[in-house]
Design a protein around this ligand. Structure first.
Ligand code: SF4
Length: 399
């Protein structure tokens, strides 16, 4: 990325607390990464694995130390806590409960903070759902991806589509107020009819929030290897675009408001933690491979459980990157314009400033407005529906 400056530190010796002490940040959220899964899906490039060594308890114990080590830097109540992975519900009810209680006890979490936890449908049972609810979790995000067995197979997802409905019922019965479903379109071998049926099955469950992503072939995943070997065939672009257009129209018809490129919510049910990312706010990341951002510096905890377990209390980090002023402006556009409401015009003007880079971006923005890809709307600059269809290329130009 333009404007990125790698911080010259001996990475092996750098801890999150070393980086944070150089950033004058106001952390508003916490992300906790639980790296365990019951099965590794073939498209997934998150740091997660099937743990044959049973290190879940050691993970939670080590996490408690890491939480303590960050407290001196967390100077205001945290507005959001997001526990993701991996599959946090893999920990099972007792350990999951201990982890959530430790987060609440150690970190300065605001009383009305939004707590979100990710779950694999097959790992939700009554005990897990009760633990989540009694810990005050407000949102549970369930990885459904598809309800069509052949498409789940194409992704090497290891769950029965019926388990999604069962999980949602248990979560609701336990008192979890909001549920998100994750979906993927553009899966090899999928048709528009498959996608129609997947969305109909989704709407029958009436989730509060839906995240629908086009399949990404991440480098070095088994799915991408199969693509290279010709074992799977990428869905033609037009077919994927048709599925994308369908989800936009169908969810609007069903009363969901699209508030970000891939995110839809019933009124009042947006995900505050994700909004915090898109607003480029500061958050702290816990657990192996968790990313963090503080005042323009980004870093990532070491993505290796064994190293993370051994080296405490603050996690060793890598990929420490400090953005210069121009880089921060580019990033603010890239994140802020992902949201359908766009960015307030005053913020756009103050970001563009009077620099040469600002003049260049101003020209690009004017060109995109003329071309119908960006528009001014009630004091905000935002992508148009056509701009959203090719958001990646519009935003890339503004970085
Ligand atoms: S369950 Fe989620 S985190 Fe785990 S391998 Fe599958 S996609 Fe990745």
């Amino acid at each position: 990325m333009d404007g990125a400056v790698n911080v010259s530190l001996q990475v092996a010796q750098v801890r999150a607390s070393d980086v944070a002490s150089r950033a004058d940040a106001r952390y508003r959220g916490a992300y906790v990464h639980v790296p365990f899964c019951r099965h590794k899906c073939h498209y997934c490039d998150f740091y997660s694995f099937v743990d044959s060594e049973h290190r879940e308890e050691a993970f939670v114990q080590r996490l408690e130390q890491e939480l303590e080590s960050a407290v001196p830097f967390l100077t205001q109540p945290l507005e959001t806590v997001f526990v993701g992975g991996g599959t946090p519900t893999m920990l099972g009810a007792p350990l999951l409960g201990r982890m959530l209680n430790s987060i609440a006890r150690i970190l300065p979490v605001a009383r009305d903070a939004e707590w979100s936890v990710e779950a694999n449908p097959e790992t939700v049972d009554h005990a897990t759902a009760d633990v989540l609810a009694s810990a005050g979790v407000r949102r549970v995000s369930v990885g459904a991806q598809s309800f069509t067995p052949k498409l789940l197979k194409a992704l090497e997802r290891d769950h029965d589509p019926r388990s999604v409905g069962r999980a949602i019922t248990m979560l609701r019965n336990s008192g979890i107020p909001q549920v998100n479903l994750d979906l993927i379109f553009g899966i090899p071998g999928s048709t528009l009819d498959d996608w129609r049926r997947d969305l109909a099955a989704t709407l029958e469950l009436a989730p509060d929030h839906i995240s629908a992503y086009g399949l990404v072939y991440e480098p070095n995943t088994p799915l991408t290897v199969k693509l290279r070997q010709g074992v799977v065939t990428r869905l033609p672009e037009d077919d994927e675009a048709e599925q994308y257009e369908y989800v936009i129209a169908e969810l609007a018809r069903a009363g969901y408001e699209r508030y970000e490129i891939s995110s839809w919510a019933l009124p009042g049910k947006t995900c505050q933690h994700n909004i915090l990312y898109w607003e480029n706010a500061d958050w702290w990341g816990f657990g192996p491979s968790a990313s963090a951002h503080g005042a323009g510096i980004r870093w990532k905890n070491v993505p290796r459980l064994a190293t993370w377990l051994e080296c405490g209390p603050s996690s060793p980090v890598q990929d420490v990157e400090s953005l210069d002023a121009n880089g921060r402006v580019g990033e603010a556009f890239m994140m802020g314009l992902r949201m359908t409401r766009g960015m307030p015009r005053e913020r756009v003007d103050s970001l563009l400033g009077a620099t040469a880079e600002g003049a260049h971006r101003r020209q690009l923005i004017a060109g995109h407005i003329d071309g119908g890809l960006l528009e001014e709307h009630h004091g905000f600059l935002r992508l148009t529906p056509r701009g959203f269809m090719i958001a990646d290329s519009v935003l890339a130009g503004l970085i």
